[in-house]
Every structure is written in C-alpha cells, then in structure tokens.
Design a protein around this ligand. Sequence first.
Ligand code: BTN
Length: 319
Amino acid sequence: MLTLLKLLGDGRFHSGQVLGAALGISRSAVWKQLQHLEAELGLSIHKVRGRGYQLATPVALLDPVEISRYSAACAWPVFVFDSIDSTNAEALRSIERGVAAPFVVLAERQVSGRGRRGRKWVSPIAENIYYSLVLRMDGGMRQLEGLSLVVGLAVMRTLRELGVTGAGLKWPNDVLVGRKKIAGILLELVGDPADVCHVVLGVGINVNMQVADEVDQQWSSMRLEAGRAFDRNHVVALLNDVLQEHLSRHRSEGFVALQGEWENGHLWQGCSVSLVAGVNQVDGVVMGINGQGALRLSVGGVEKVFSGGELSLRLRDDS
Ligand code: BTN
C-alpha cells in the first residue's frame, strides 16, 4: 500500500494500468488497494475516466534528501523505514550492529510503537512522526541529567515555531496542548550510564492525524491545532536543528542552563497535582524543577523533590 502511496504522492494523475504495471498487480487489485488507502488514511482520491487516479491532496512521504534540504545546520544521517516494529527498537538493533552515532531512525508506520510505562504508541501510516535519535555518551551521569526534559523542550519549541503556539510541557516529558497530548518522549539506554553508553531519544509527534479511535487518552495533532497539514520532512528537519542546539547547550553547560526555559513552558506550574508511582500517591502543588530536572512539589507546605521515569503527574480538580 505504501508503494502505491509513493506512486500517487506527487498529486498527478496515474492510470490504473501504469500503477498495476509498477506494482506487478492487476488493475482490480490496484482498485482494492486504493480503497484501503482511502479507508485507512482518510485520503481522498479522484477517479476520472480516461485519466486514472489522483490524490486530492499530495502526500509528502519521509525523505532524507528533503530533510537535509530543509535543515539549516544538522547533518545527522537519517534512516527511513516504511514499516517497522518500533523506531526505538530499530535504533537499539543498529547500536548492536555497530552503526556509528549520532544517527536518526524514522518510520512511516510502527506496528509495535512503545510508549512510557509499557503503553502502546498508536502509529498510523504516513501521518505522524516516529523518530529515534541515537547519541553516544561518555561524560558520565551528568550528561544524562535532565536529558529527557531537554528533548521535551526541543519538541515544544519546534511545534511553537511551526505555529502550534499552545504547545507546552508536562513534567517529566509530555508535550501537551491544554490537556491534550500532542507528542511523547521515550528514552532508552544501553551500556554503562556512569561511563560509556548509547541513549535512544524516541519522539512521537502527532502531525497530520485527525482520527484515532485506539488512542486511550486525550490527544491532539499539529494539524488539528493549526488548521493545516504539515510536511513531515520540514518538521523533522526543524526538530533536528532545535534538538542539536539544545543538546549542545546541555552538554556544555548542564541542564541548569535550560531550567528556566523549561519552567516557562511548563503548563502545570503552580497547579495542584497528584504524583503517582504504582499504588503510591503524593498530593502537592508544583513549585517547579531543580537543576537536575527533578520535580519540586510543595507537600503540606514542605518542599519535596521527585525524580524517576515511572512517575506520572495528574492534575487535581481544585487546580
Ligand atoms: C509516551 O508514552 O509518551 C512516549 C511515546 C514515545 C513514542 C515514540 S514514537 C518513536 C519512538 N519509537 C517508539 O516505539 N516509541 C517512541
């Protein structure tokens, strides 16, 4: 189906015969695939007798050449997959095979997209960004401090620069518009964090998605927020540039240099929240974060500090 989409992607008319020959299938099989495209991607396809088929709106598929054309500063190699289990899983396999970092893995679709705390990340074809950046770290634990928050900050800045002005952060690394999630971040690490290790910075951004019945939380997309479709190659290029700049500041100055910017983008500053870890819950008011990216909560008037990937923050009704 993706090959068919690639053939139609230019927005021109293509006859059933030409499409069938290119795919090595019959014209009626082309017709079936076109119907799948319309149903699964919500695409509209013009059918004109004597001319063939045309996408109502051209679809730009992910393309490393286009990404580098858009990118001002970043030269990270980009590997694009049509369909994969998870870009994070592929990134980990690539590390294992000895591919030299930094590099980026992208996919048009993930069939086992991973979310935080064991959740699934819904990853329909050709609509969103499924992105994993691999970095080699040899600066010990300090280089990892606040890293996931830095990625969230870079994603938020990318979205805002592209016109999603309401994008903000929720500790530790969700990107929301209001209460709706628009992007998520999952870091995975191999090696010795105190010495040499590789970190996979996994980012999922809802870009052009307009319907997704399987998502089990409130969500939005760039398209729903800005009222227009986005070229994902452009979004990836800007994300690369912004991430590169933020990671370089983080590496040279530490998380503390980005703490203020992060807090300015935090949607839940001063809000009453519950912090949940398994069956345990702490209620408090968000004071901010510290220089390592840990959450500062006022609990019964006393400041307490929390960190850890398995923690989840919920708004309390009185905020
Ligand atoms: C979250 O639950 O908020 C984190 C979601 C992270 C999803 C991204 S999509 C690209 C990368 N590959 C994955 O399997 N997960 C991350």
